[in-house]
Design a protein around this ligand. Structure first.
Ligand SMILES: [Zn+2]
Length: 452
C-alpha cells in the first residue's frame, strides 16, 4: 500500500488543542526534517570529468502533487510562527536541460571550471551534485565582476545545499527550509465518480487514492461505489517558507458506502503508524477487496457489478472486473505464485497461494509480471488486464478459493490483522476522540445538507 513516509510526531496533540478551541481550529506547526537522504556517490573522488559521460542517476524522488486553488482553503498566516528572515539575495535560477551537466552549466554561466572541481571535492553532499537531473534548478549569486559568489540547490523538499565562495575560500552547508502544516477538512458526494467528487472537493487525484487506500480492505472501489456515497476527511496542508507546498497526511476520514459509514483515524505511537477503526481494529486486512488499480477505471459504476457469479445457474466461479487493457492487477494478499502460464481458456493467468489454504486466481491478462515460485506482497502488481483466452472484452476474472472451494471474495470472512490492545488502545482512544467528534459533526452536516 502506498503510504506517506513523512513523520508527523505530535500532530494529534496539536489537533486536539485546535479542536478544544474552536476559534483556532486551523493550526500550523513545524515539521521535522523529512527523512530523505541524499544518495552519495561511492568513490567518485574528483569524479567530475567522469560524470560527463555518466547518465544522470535518479535522485530520491519527491512526489509532485498538483496545487489546489488556494481560495478553497483557510490560511491563518497571521498567527503563523515567524519563518526565517528572507535573505536579500538576487538568486539567478538556472534549470537543468536534458543532457546537461553541471560543468556545462558552469561554462554557460561563465564560471570557473576549476572552481566547480573544488566545490565537488568539498564533501559528500557537493560530490552528489554530479547526479543532477533535467528540471533540477540551480540558483546562483554573482560578485560584481561576475564570479560565482553563492550557489544553492534543493536536495529534497526540505533542504538546500548552499555553497559559499568567499574569494576562493569555499564552504558548503545544509540549509533547513521552514515547513509547517495546517489541519483542514474536505468532503464530497459521489454522483458519477470518486475522482470527480474528489476534484470538486478540492483534492488531488493522489489524495483521493490515499483516501481509497485507507478503505481498500473494506470497500471494493470498483464494484461497490454508488451514487450518493459520501466522504469527509480531516487532513494536513503543508506550507514551505510560507508558500503552499502540497497536501499532507489524511488524519481521519469517513467513507459512507451504500449507507454504511466506515471510519478510520491515523495513529502513530512507538512502533505503530497506521490507520485504525474507532474501536482499535487495524484497517488493514489479509486481502484487498478489489485486486486492481481502480484509478484506471473511468467510471465507478462498473456495468458488470451485478454479476455475483456464484449464484448463477451455470456457475461462473469468480468476479469480473471490466477495466481498460493494461490496468495493473495486484496480488490481493501476501503469498507465493503457484502458477503463471497461458492456456486457451484462461489466457495469461496467475494463481497465488496464501496462508490459511487460500488461493486467488487472476485470468485473461495482457501480460504477466510474476513467475511461478515467486513470493508476492499484497498490492504488488502481478500482471495487467487484457482479454487473452476466452474473454469477450478486456476484464479481470478473479477467483477466491478456500480449501479448494470457490468463495465470493466480496463476502467471505477474512483473517484480520491484530487490533490495538491495552495501553496502545487507551492512547488511541484518547487521541482519536477529537478527530472522531469532528468527523461525526461533518457527517451530520452532510446528511442535513442532502435533505434540502
Ligand atoms: Zn469471468
Amino acid at each position: 500500500m502506498p503510504k506517506s513516509t513523512m513523520e508527523t510526531p505530535g500532530f494529534i496533540k496539536n489537533l486536539q488543542q485546535s479542536i478544544d478551541d474552536p476559534q483556532h481550529w486551523l493550526t500550523r506547526r513545524k515539521l521535522a526534517a523529512f527523512g530523505v537522504t541524499l544518495i552519495v556517490a561511492g568513490g567518485v573522488i574528483g569524479g567530475f570529468e567522469r560524470s560527463r559521460s555518466e547518465p544522470a542517476i535518479q535522485a530520491p524522488t519527491v512526489v509532485d502533487l498538483p496545487v489546489p486553488d488556494r481560495s478553497t482553503g483557510t490560511h491563518p498566516l497571521d498567527d503563523a510562527p515567524p519563518g526565517p528572515v528572507p535573505e536579500a539575495i538576487a538568486w539567478e535560477p538556472v534549470k537543468v536541460r536534458s543532457g546537461q551537466t553541471l560543468d556545462g552549466i558552469f561554462r554557460e554561466q561563465g564560471f570557473s571550471i576549476a572552481r566547480l572541481h573544488d566545490i565537488l571535492a568539498l564533501n559528500g553532499e557537493t560530490q552528489g551534485l554530479t547526479r543532477i537531473r533535467p528540471g533540477d534548478v540551480f540558483e546562483f549569486e554573482r560578485t560584481d565582476s561576475g564570479e560565482l559568489k553563492k550557489m544553492r540547490y534543493a536536495l529534497d523538499e526540505a533542504r538546500f545545499l548552499l555553497v559559499h565562495n568567499n574569494a576562493g575560500q569555499l564552504s558548503a552547508e545544509l540549509q533547513q527550509r521552514d515547513i509547517s502544516a495546517e489541519t483542514t477538512t474536505a468532503e464530497g458526494v459521489i454522483d458519477s465518480s470518486l475522482f470527480l467528487a474528489g476534484k470538486q472537493a478540492g483534492l488531488s487525484d493522489a489524495m483521493i487514492m490515499n483516501l481509497a487506500n485507507i478503505f481498500g480492505w473494506d470497500i471494493d472501489f470498483v464494484l461497490d461505489i454508488r451514487e450518493g456515497d459520501r466522504f469527509m476527511l480531516v487532513y494536513e496542508k503543508l506550507y514551505r517558507d510560507g508558500e503552499y507546498l502540497r497536501e499532507g497526511r489524511i488524519l481521519a476520514a469517513t467513507f459512507v458506502n451504500q449507507g454504511e459509514p466506515y471510519r478510520a483515524v491515523w495513529f502513530e505511537e512507538g512502533e505503530v503508524a497506521d490507520y485504525f477503526a474507532p474501536d482499535g481494529r487495524n484497517m488493514r486486512k489479509a486481502f484487498l477487496r478489489a485486486p486492481l488499480n481502480f484509478r484506471y477505471i473511468s467510471s465507478n459504476f462498473n456495468p458488470r457489478r451485478m454479476h455475483p457469479v456464484l449464484k448463477r445457474v451455470r456457475p461462473h466461479r469468480g468476479i469480473d472486473y471490466k477495466a481498460p487493457r493494461g490496468t495493473p492487477v495486484y496480488a490481493a494478499g501476501d503469498g507465493t505464485v503457484i502458477r503463471s502460464a497461458y492456456s486457451k481458456a484462461n489466457g495469461h493467468h496467475v494463481f497465488v497461494k496464501h496462508a490459511n489454504s487460500i488461493v486467488t486466481k487472476y485470468l485473461h491478462f495482457t501480460k504477466r509480471t510474476v513467475k511461478k515460485g515467486q513470493k508476492v506482497k499484497q498490492g504488488q502488481t502481478i500482471g495487467t488486464v487484457g482479454s487473452t483466452g476466452m474473454a469477450s472484452g478486456a476484464h479481470l476474472h478473479y477467483e477466491f478459493v478456500v480449501n479448494g472451494v470457490h468463495r465470493n471474495p466480496r463476502t467471505v470472512p477474512l483473517p484480520k490483522v491484530q487490533p490495538l490492545k491495552g495501553e496502545l488502545l487507551a492512547a488511541f482512544r484518547a487521541k482519536s476522540a477529537p478527530l472522531l467528534t469532528q468527523l461525526s459533526r461533518m457527517e451530520s452536516a452532510s446528511l442535513y445538507a442532502r435533505r434540502d
